[in-house]
Ligand binder design. Sequence first.
Ligand code: FES
Length: 316
Amino acid sequence: MALIDVTVAEIIQESPTVRSFRLAKTDGSPLGTYLPGAHIDVVGPTSITRQYSLFSTPDAQDSFAFAVKREENSRGGSAALHEVGVGDVLRISSPRNLLSIATDATHHVLVAAGIGITPMLSLARYMDVHGISFELHYFARSEKEAAFLPLLRDRCPEKLRAHLGVAREDQDEILGTTFAGMDPGAHVYTCGPDGFMTKVVALAGRHVPAGSIHLENFHAAEQPDASENSAFEVELEGETYQVPADRSIVEVLQENGCDVDTSCQEGICGTCIMQVLAGTPIHRDNVLTQSEKESGEIMAVCVSRAAGERLVLDYY
Ligand code: FES
């Protein structure tokens, strides 16, 4: 995937643990627009690549902004980015969308917890500017830890429902009441810790179809031990390749010269998605939606495997 150099033009401490970074092109030319809900790959100072949602106004041309929460057990990704200063150069990919606005929705219910607010910000900012019907539920431990709360209160106070310091066991009631009152044509978007998103999907799923619930998930799914894997074969453009139990599809395709792009290699970025022409995938990613997985038409070949002895794939 092509990466470009960008300069860190501004850094803001948004909360005790969250810092935002505004990026501009090193030559001062516009970075361009992006679609709300997009994310970029960011190669940090330790060469670790991570995916971050863009939260700047999607229509603005001059710069991109993303935010990083410093994780307590950071292995170098978030901690290293928190050491970056204004004027430093980072490498980023073009914006990509795994999350986007459903154009057929009658109303949009955005539900974020913690740093999961970042993808919701670009959706909310776009919907607000374009007069699209939405509401934004933001769960945070406290006012102090709720990054971007002042911005949201300033820009769209009537759409914002801030749920601060709500105990986990009490979240269900708030979410349940919210979803019970939804128009059946509404769509739900969520981002936050895995347990929170699971809860949102389960509760929202009582009122709208699975295809109306959208997730942004930047945590890799836990992978089973390789000893549980089976070998199978993959056909791509008329050539057949053997995928042993201890290798991924993408490893085998790349070492055979196939041009499959990858980024995260953990099933969270969507770069390696391929089309499935025949065979049944075992999905082990956190990037495809439930309905995409059920369709069996696409798969993330960095982590997912075959349920049978053969898959026929094509570039996506
Ligand atoms: S490389 Fe990121 S999902 Fe496969």
